[in-house]
Design a protein around this ligand. Structure first.
Ligand code: HEC
Ligand code: HEC
Ligand code: HEC
Length: 186
């Protein structure tokens, strides 16, 4: 009987001390430092590679940029560009000037998922037209046979999304227009 109570007490004490440790860890550890893996642990880089010593750690590089949810590299890149955190080059030829276009394309072959809103604005803030026309997309709405399977296989939007832009698991960032609210975007 005695023994049982002692074990219980010990267990309670142990649980309390674990809880305290977690509380202390959460308090001292900024969230951002926890959310990016070190290069040596990311299972993409060779942990033995000498280059790891000269590469910047993601936490150091990305924690200063506007946060963008929990997917991908957790940065809101569109905001980072708008707020002047970064000044990327629109294409290899540095003298090419960037033309901006502020039109939306609404994709409606989405089954029971919300419609997909493609904003030219965000894209042409980054990318010169020839990155997409006519290699990836026709220059006429509804002419490109875009499907989700194609996207998941790295075609259409998937040339960039899931590779260099936010990942395909972020469904609602593309499927952002509820079917009954399509009127606003047409
Ligand atoms: C990068 C943008 C993007 C992301 C992210 C995305 N989709 Fe799509 N999805 C599209 C586009 C574009 C279409 C094609 C619509 C059209 O042709 O009218 C589409 C089509 C679809 C369709 C219709 C059937 C088909 O095969 O074309 C379904 C269902 C779908 N998506 C589900 C999803 C789900 C679930 C996710 C998240 C796991 C997702 N999508 C993520 C852009 C995206
Ligand atoms: C990131 C890719 C991307 C970039 C960059 C891009 N577009 Fe587009 N554009 C699209 C997509 C997607 C469509 C729709 C194609 C479809 O539905 O088949 C489209 C359609 C169009 C259309 C037809 C619209 C309509 O209503 O029929 C025009 C015009 C156009 N783009 C012009 C431009 C110009 C000019 C630029 C550069 C300033 C540009 N686009 C940059 C992806 C892009
Ligand atoms: C040539 C590369 C490229 C292609 C192709 C492309 N995107 Fe993007 N997209 C980007 C980049 C770069 C960004 C900005 C970085 C980010 O948000 O990850 C972006 C951002 C976005 C955003 C966020 C807009 C915002 O203001 O936050 C949406 C939505 C989007 N793309 C949808 C699509 C859809 C739908 C397609 C296909 C019809 C598509 N994109 C095709 C490169 C591309």
């Amino acid at each position: 009987m005695m023994k049982k109570t002692n074990t219980k007490k010990n267990n309670n004490r142990r649980i309390k001390s674990v809880m305290m440790t977690i509380v202390v860890l959460l308090a001292v550890q900024p969230l951002s430092a926890e959310s990016w893996k070190k290069l040596k642990d990311d299972r993409l880089h060779d942990p033995e590679a000498p280059a790891l010593e000269v590469l910047q750690e993601p936490t150091e590089a990305l924690s200063v940029l506007p946060p963008g949810g929990s997917a991908g590299n957790k940065v809101d890149w569109a905001k980072a560009l708008r707020d002047d955190y970064i000044q990327p080059r629109a294409q290899i030829d540095k003298d090419a000037k960037l033309e901006q276009l502020d039109t939306n394309i609404l994709f409606k072959e989405t089954g029971d998922q919300p419609y997909v809103l493609f904003p030219h604005k965000t894209h042409t803030e980054w990318l010169e037209c020839s990155n997409c026309h006519e290699k990836i997309f026709k220059t006429k709405a509804g002419e490109t046979p875009v499907t989700m399977l194609g996207i998941l296989s790295g075609e259409y939007c998937g040339v960039c999304h899931g590779a260099v832009a936010f990942p395909l698991t972020d469904c609602i960032r593309c499927h952002s227009v509820p079917i009954d609210q399509a009127g606003k975007f047409q």
